[in-house]
Design a protein around this ligand. Sequence first.
Ligand SMILES: Cc1ncc(COP(=O)(O)OP(=O)(O)O)c(N)n1
Ligand code: TZP
Length: 568
Amino acid sequence: MSESEVPLNRPVPHSTHGFEIAEPLTRTTPQPSHAGRSLGPGFDLSLYLVTGRDLLPHGKSYLASLEEALRGGVTVVQVREKSVDTAEFLEIARDTVSLCAGYDVPVIINDRVDIALASGAAGAHLGQTDMPFAIARKLLPPSAIVGVSCATPEQARRAVEDGADYVGLGAVYATSTKDVSAPGRVCGIAGVRAMLSVLEGTGVKAVAIGGIKSTNLLRTLHGCASPTGHTLDGVAVVSDIVASPEPQAAARRLVQAFRAWAAAASRGPTAFLVTPEQKARYTPEAIAAAAAALVDTVRRVRPLVHQITNNVVKTQSANVTLALGGSPIMAEAEAEQADLARMPGGLLINFGTIDALDGMLAAGSHANQNGKPVVFDPVGVGATSFRRATAAKLLDAWQPTVIKGNAAEIGELADSNEVKAQGVDSLGGFANASGVVRSLARNHRCIVLLSGPIDYLSDGSTVIRMSNGHELLGQITGAGCVLGTTISTFCGAASMATSSISEGALVQGDMLLATAAGTLALTIAAQRAASREEVRGPGTFLPALIDELAMLTPEIILRMARIEVELE
Ligand SMILES: Cc1ncc(COP(=O)(O)OP(=O)(O)O)c(N)n1
Ligand SMILES: Cc1ncsc1CCOP(=O)(O)O
């Protein structure tokens, strides 16, 4: 057996999770075989398998598949049977308890408290229309684990008041395993975030459920966190394990990715984005030096900069990418997104004209799967309700690495009406711009750049203020859009060039510094272009700007960057 085939769970001689039917149910306690893996006192929810016998591949028996999944590292098993009679349900439950006992993995019974009692399972899982929680609690021994399904913050609040041990939050995504077509049944990443805020400080654990697969796991874990960093304790999965011909490998992929992410998350609320050592480097001089170095990095690694952007700016965005030393590709068709995402570099999604929504949805998801930075420019997001709904849909489908926008766009995403919009332009600024970018970055778990006369950049903790630029930038069309291009070019290069790999992170490299570099490159080139003799207005400014981007050097950045830092 090679190292990669070593089972994560091994059979154990005695288990606290399986016991004689005559004995009372016992709350599970951490056992030596779980040492170092539990996320807190009690049971380990990291990989919660919900069974689904109807999904088993042809020729694979239920118990064989379950045992492979246990070997792969499943930490809890829920028996979910929707169409069998009581006698058959009980037999399946007993067989499951007996097999899981050998792996010291607790078994939870879906819906049926009577089956939980009769099978010697560790507890029961209740939906919103199942037996009322208080009655189930009364029927079950005090030590039993009782979980509750929640799709809204109100339901989560009630589960906490009732005394649930854990909650199943979802459906996060659409799934064909269960009918979740009723309005409000798919709560999305934003819904899970809102529920996690309710759970903060309560000690009630949480798993997300619905459409979770190894391909979207990291994005789901990264995105599902309250603004202060309260995260999931695990994920509940049916089809990605049960329907697999290789459930051991499927479970192993999920549990290993979960553990890598959990280790990164335990370093602190912003550890997804930067390490504490990187943070200590955020002085104005260090930011300028990093940005200067990245100018050369872009030319060295020549990142592919994949842009789905609006028709107004496509040509100038491609030219800006080339001028910096990147390689542009403007590709919108949904069918080509998977292939493109496998090529290293950066992705820009600018929804200025929302012509390619399916391409945008697919591009971001594939980029997340491949660890590629995603820069989102929600152009004119407050202008129409269609734009507002589209932005919410995109942000639910994938995790942006950077959101950039003007004051009106950032205000719209931050639910602030302090700044008025006029079409895609904004009128005025924020009284506390640092506070707005910091809080939006926390809510969306990403870097936020607010562009304007002063550019405000934050990772949710540090705020960087940059005051380069020139008023001529405001007189050409698409200056904001090409800022998205320069940022995705620098983020792509930084992710390709990073040497310190952070396991469990969605994107490698310091994206705060890369965003600062992309911003400084454009605004400093603009200053230099505007001061050229031949530039007499916006018409002569644009070609000069592209020339200056092509002639940018690290020394120019070091000499001209105007940076201030607010550390939290
Ligand atoms: C861990 C977990 N979370 C949620 C559910 C869904 O439960 P419910 O809403 O009762 O739907 P059914 O599973 O009974 O169809 C779950 N089973 N497990
Ligand atoms: C039981 C359940 N409850 C909400 S979604 C769901 C099914 C999840 O199945 P899958 O992991 O295959 O999407």
